[in-house]
Design a protein around this ligand. Structure first.
Ligand code: PCA
Length: 330
């Protein structure tokens, strides 16, 4: 080596060393609370998103996920991110429709009943949701749908009359309202706690996806799943706006790239997980079938009532979203 090249080599090593030191000084770790089971695809995609960011930023921003409500319970996650107790987190946004009815856009019965419709509804609603979240010091990063929602019972149910008096686990205002309109008794319980609620008889029914029934092994207590395809709610990954502002442009670009990938991958996995989990319920002894005509038609009538109520509650934004969504289907 000539002295010149040694010199160059050293300068490079020093620069690299300084760079690493500077990077290490700024390195940040973000804990990311998530509400659902580690084995669920939302959590798996979240973990991959976290790795993508950690790798993509060379460790400058490390994200670590905490599934199953282990860091913050589902109903605490949004507030934790808003207040900066957690810089990032994932939440079923419709659980907050009691705070603002716009968050219930994805849980209006029979408005969007397929993955394709749910994606269109999301496209129509996204700008309004983003604006609403911005005012709460939150930035929307990505969103992934749940499979279509159906009804779980521990008996055969052929009509709304059969649902009367049943103790029903709800997860947002819409599901509680559905219980009310069908004569059931709603009790709000996080997915992480439903196995116990069913085992102890606190609840004996719910509306959810095959996915959550499978994740929580509800066949230990329940017997029937009726495919209704009532709606497809979504999980949202939210970032505290101040935490976001604290990132440099390069880091933000990596986060946004990983988020886009996560949304894409999660949306595919949702589709795949649908049949997989319905088969899993069957394999564990549950009767999985489409709801009969009587029950379906009665539920659709209730859906009309609830759509009108939601539109009334949200006002102009709601109507604009529904109009834009319906125009996409044509
Ligand atoms: N599972 C979640 C929300 C929707 C779903 O399919 C739950 O039951 O809490």
């Amino acid at each position: 080596m000539t002295s010149h090249s040694v010199h160059k080599h050293c300068a490079f090593a020093i620069a690299l060393g300084l760079g690493l030191t500077a990077g290490a000084a700024q390195a940040e770790k973000w804990d990311m609370p998530m509400a659902y089971a580690a084995s669920n695809y939302h959590s798996a995609v979240g973990a991959e998103f976290a790795r993508c960011v950690t790798t993509g930023t060379g460790g400058k921003l490390e994200i670590v996920t905490h599934p199953s409500g282990s860091l913050f319970k589902g109903n605490e996650i949004k507030r934790a991110v808003q207040t900066g107790q957690a810089p990032i987190g994932e939440r079923l946004l419709s659980a907050h429709q009691n705070e603002n009815p716009i968050f219930g856009v994805d849980s209006v019965p029979f408005l969007a009943t397929s993955f394709e419709d749910a994606a269109n509804l999301w496209k129509a609603a996204k700008p309004v949701i983003e604006k609403t979240l911005e005012k709460q010091n939150l930035m929307l990063l990505y969103s992934v749908p749940w499979p279509p929602q159906g009804l779980y019972f521990k008996k055969e149910v052929n009509s709304v009359a059969d649902m009367k008096g049943v103790k029903f686990r709800s997860y947002n205002t819409a599901t509680a309202r559905l219980a009310e309109l069908t004569g059931m008794l709603p009790v709000q319980i996080e997915a992480a706690e439903i196995s116990q609620a069913f085992a102890t008889g606190v609840a004996e029914s719910m509306v959810s996806s095959g996915s959550t029934g499978y994740d929580r092994k509800v066949w230990e207590s329940l017997t029937h799943f009726y495919e209704v395809d009532a709606w497809l709610p979504r999980n949202y990954v939210l970032v505290n706006s101040d935490a976001w502002k604290g990132l440099d442009d390069g880091t933000r670009n990596v986060v946004l790239g990983c988020a886009a990938l996560a949304e894409y991958a999660g949306s595919w996995r949702a589709v795949e997980y649908t049949q997989f989990t319905l088969n899993g319920l069957r394999a564990n002894g549950m009767k999985v079938q489409r709801a009969g005509d009587t029950l379906t038609n009665e539920l659709k009538e209730i859906g009309k009532t609830m759509t009108a109520e939601w539109l009334q509650a949200v006002g102009d934004d709601g109507k604009a979203i529904v109009d834009a969504f319906q125009a996409m289907g044509k």
